[in-house]
Design a protein around this ligand. Structure first.
Ligand SMILES: [Zn+2]
Length: 283
């Protein structure tokens, strides 16, 4: 498919999925000769046509397009610079994954097999003002070892060899986060065992899917232990409050915690106080 048509199609999909409110989000595709086709600023992703798109060079300088390019395209260029295998980048604000970005809750591992196969460990990058030089730098430590990054207090960015793949990773992540939030309301989640997860990693290896748990320095150690990105948690403020792994020894916070349950004697004491106040008022 023509790259401009691909971007417009992904834009429509983001709009249908409600992953980009108003003019949120941006999409790009790598072209030949160090050029990148990208979405314009201040334009709804659901109503773009090919003439609305912009072309920028490797440094973000606009080469063509009537509308101004998004400032967030610099984030995309950082990904293309570090990942020659990537040809499409999708940034948006999918609500369930963004809830994890706001809570800075680690995306749990070893829960759904498809998530282990297609995503693996998902990092949360530190917060930085969107469009600033710090913003593009914030994702650099994570780009090599994943295909989707949760941006703290902001949204997500996913990337792939093809345009559909780049979008799939966001869709899979947001669907996963939605299931997690729903399951927690039912009382919590169960993890699959490390051994079952190793079986999934064997499939990944067979299918030639990349995963640092196969090739990284901690390969096959603690496959459910967030080994790849845990070193960044403290600086980013990432915790496992809502979804602790059983091996962490953390009890986490229970669903509904924060709601105070009053005992019968508490209620009696309050009733007595109210009655005495009413008595004083009636005097
Ligand atoms: Zn954004």
């Amino acid at each position: 498919m023509d790259p401009a048509d691909s971007i417009c199609q992904i834009g429509k999909r983001l709009d249908e999925l409600r992953f980009a409110a108003a003019n949120d989000g941006n999409i790009s595709i790598r072209l030949e000769d160090n050029r990148v086709l990208c979405t314009p600023t201040m334009h709804s992703k659901g109503s773009m046509t090919p003439v609305d798109l912009c072309v920028v060079d490797n440094d973000g300088k606009q080469i063509s397009g009537k509308k101004r390019r998004s400032s967030e395209v610099m984030l995309h260029l950082e990904i293309y610079r570090h990942r020659p295998d990537v040809n499409c980048v999708v940034h948006c604000h999918p609500p369930h994954a963004t809830a994890f970005a706001v809570a800075r809750e680690a995306i749990p591992q070893c829960v759904l097999p498809e998530v282990e196969i297609f995503l693996g460990e998902v990092p949360i990058s530190p917060y930085a003002t969107p469009g600033s030089p710090a913003f593009r730098q914030s994702i650099v430590p994570f780009i090599q070892d994943c295909n989707v990054i949760v941006l703290a207090n902001h949204g997500t960015v996913s990337f792939g060899q093809t345009a559909p793949m780049a979008l799939w990773f966001t869709e899979i992540l947001d669907a996963y986060c939605r299931v997690l939030i729903l399951a927690r309301q039912l009382g919590g989640i169960h993890h699959i065992s490390d051994d079952h997860c190793r079986e999934l990693l064997a499939y990944k290896q067979e299918w030639d899917f990349s995963d640092p748990r196969i090739y990284g320095p901690n390969a096959n150690c603690n496959v459910c232990g967030h080994e790849t990105f845990r070193a960044h948690w403290e600086a980013v403020g990432v915790t496992q409050r809502a979804f602790p792994h059983p091996s962490s020894g953390e009890s986490g916070i229970e669903a509904g915690q924060g709601v105070t349950t009053l005992s019968e004697s508490d209620i009696e004491k309050i009733a007595e106080r109210v009655a005495s106040k009413l008595g004083k008022l009636n005097r």
